[in-house]
Design a protein around this ligand. Structure first.
Ligand SMILES: [Cu+2]
Length: 170
């Protein structure tokens, strides 16, 4: 019974999301490359003049930010995100996080797997695209152009919205 209500509410949510009333164009944009679809890309707001002690904000090379998104693979062939690029940062790296002596640490990874008929979620506290050494402030509501390079699907360039990250989440 509960499952059925849950399924119904999910269905209603989907219907609401697809309703013509949701007319703002960017919320319904589909970013596709090959068999992959990029969903809900966003970049954490950051300011060059207001460095906070939050993880990732301070770095030898300046102020950093990160991009998050979901990569959905609608095919039976696995793929890999092998690199990313953006003109707002001096360098862009693929990162993951791990706990080390109760401290969360980021580290660079060579690639991020996108499983067949599955998805790769780049989110707070996990895989992310690190924007190292920002060249400008990233203000809420602005757009940041990102390019993702996949081993099989090739490259795709799109705009990600700058958002405020939730406080105290990893
Ligand atoms: Cu990082």
């Amino acid at each position: 019974m509960f499952k059925r209500i849950l399924a119904l509410s999910v269905l209603l949510g989907l219907l609401a999301a697809c309703a013509p009333a949701a007319s703002d164009s960017h919320s319904h944009e589909h970013i596709k490359v090959g068999n992959l679809e990029i969903q809900d890309p966003w970049v954490r707001a950051a300011s060059l003049s207001n460095v906070t002690p939050e993880m990732g904000d301070t770095h030898m090379s300046g102020v950093n930010s990160a991009a998050y998104l979901t990569i959905v693979n609608n095919s039976s062939e696995a793929d890999q995100l092998v690199s990313a690029a953006s003109d707002v940062a001096k360098a862009v790296e693929l990162h993951n996080v791990k706990m080390e002596n109760d401290v969360m640490k980021m580290f660079q990874v060579p690639a991020i797997d996108v499983p067949a008929n599955g998805k790769a979620e780049l989110k707070r506290g996990g895989f992310h695209i690190m924007l190292i050494g920002l060249k400008r402030d990233l203000k809420v509501g602005e757009k940041v152009t990102l390019t993702l390079n996949f081993q099989k699907a090739g490259s795709v360039t799109f705009d990600a919205e700058v958002r405020e990250a939730p406080m105290h989440s990893p």
